[in-house]
Design a protein around this ligand. Structure first.
Ligand SMILES: NCc1[nH]cc(CCC(=O)O)c1CC(=O)O
Length: 377
């Protein structure tokens, strides 16, 4: 559980030091009560209700929380909002390779503890970073409209190349995602891969460093676009781009908001932010991943396209870490509600299993003695 010193408020209106804020609230209580109850009591006060928005502290995470705040303000101008940006264990541990790191919950559990004790009302996440199984009493309150879900190439400043096809033998691609490296190895066995850690800004400075090792980075378009760095994108990597052929991570590009199970007040407030197509596609992708028991650091790629309203096309791939083996499948079908989406993902996962996905996934998990799942990448 985090200390209050780890909380930082970046609200757009003047806010008290959150430490003081929290203590003030507690001192108002007459009888000992849980923070959850305190929250419910506050909702009935005359003064404006404040919605406490939790986020990790990276620049991208804070930008995302600010986007959510702006949307909430539009939907409910009568409420107050505060952003609490918090360092998480995942942010602090920059040295352990992501796939050795273990449960993705590491990225979020301090925030979830604060959600549980009522300090926070909601947490803004990238859907991609959310484990398929959330901790008890935590649920996804809404999935928002998806930003571009594709992966992209960002070439080092000063290099004349734009895409992977042009890179010479031995050029170093910076990525910490085995999903990305394994899929690129399939097509480009002559390229080299090197881990690159830190938030998106740090990664870009490592790329551009004069004495740096990397020729390019592979990142999600969504993060780059939200940071307003879209002019750095030199190639989009989706199944349709020539020389691309990379399927993105489950949930990539969509923001998800985590709330307490049964918190009807916050869930209702989030209603207007939900996007149906993103929700159904995200649900189908997560169902596929859950069925295959893959984490974010297992090389499972997906691509979902709405062919027409209610008709979803989903491609999926499972690749061995060295890129030498893979199974691919796709499915086209009607997805009108969450149940359809769940079944759709489950069905496609089973097609992959029939084609041999289990063998690839087991080999990966056997080589990873610590924990199967991985951190965000
Ligand atoms: N933890 C890394 C992470 N989590 C989500 C995104 C991209 C933004 C998104 O998918 O919404 C990124 C950065 C990246 O992969 O380039």
């Amino acid at each position: 559980m985090a200390t209050h010193e780890q909380l930082e408020s970046t609200s757009s209106r003047p806010v008290l030091d959150p430490t003081v804020n929290v203590q003030e609230k507690s001192s108002k209580e007459t009888a000992p009560s849980t923070a959850l109850k305190r929250n419910a009591e506050e909702a009935n006060l005359d003064e404006k209700t404040t919605i406490h928005i939790g986020t990790r502290r990276s620049a991208l995470a804070v930008v995302q929380a600010e986007m959510v705040l702006a949307d909430l303000k539009k939907a409910h101008p009568d409420l107050n909002y505060e952003i609490h940006a918090m360092s998480t264990m995942g942010d602090k541990n920059q040295t352990t390779a992501l796939h050795d790191f273990g449960a993705k919950a590491l990225w979020t559990h301090e925030l979830e503890a604060q959600l549980m004790d009522g300090t926070l009302d909601l947490i803004v996440h990238c859907l991609k970073d959310l484990p398929t199984q959330l901790p008890p009493k935590c649920v996804i309150g809404c999935i928002m409209e998806r930003e571009d879900p594709r992966d992209v190439v960002i070439m080092k400043k000063g290099l004349e190349y734009k895409g992977l096809l042009e890179l010479p033998e031995g050029a170093v691609v910076g990525t910490s995602s085995v999903r990305r490296s394994a899929q690129i190895k399939m097509r480009y066995p002559h390229l080299k891969f090197k881990d690159v850690r830190g938030n998106v800004g740090t990664r870009l400075s490592k790329l551009d460093a004069e004495d740096g090792d990397y020729s390019c980075l592979i990142l999600a378009a969504a993060g780059i676009l939200r940071m307003d760095w879209g002019d750095r994108i030199t190639q989009y990597l989706d199944s349709k781009t020539e020389g691309g052929g990379l399927l993105h991570a489950v949930g990539q590009g969509a923001l998800a908001i985590e709330v307490r199970e049964g918190d009807e007040k916050t869930t209702a407030i989030l209603n207007k932010l939900a996007n149906e197509e993103s929700t159904l596609a995200g649900t189908a992708e997560r169902s596929l991943m859950r069925t295959l028991e893959g984490g974010c650091s297992v090389p499972i790629g997906v691509e979902t396209t709405w062919i027409e309203k209610g008709k979803l096309l989903m491609k999926a791939i499972v690749v061995s870490l060295d890129g030498k083996e893979h199974v691919e499948a796709e499915r086209l079908g009607e997805v009108l509600n969450a149940k359809d989406a769940d079944e759709f993902g489950w069905d496609l996962a089973h097609v992959l299993v029939e084609k041999g996905a289990t063998k690839i996934l087991e080999a990966i998990n056997l080589n990873r003695p610590i924990i199967k799942d991985g951190g965000g990448a």
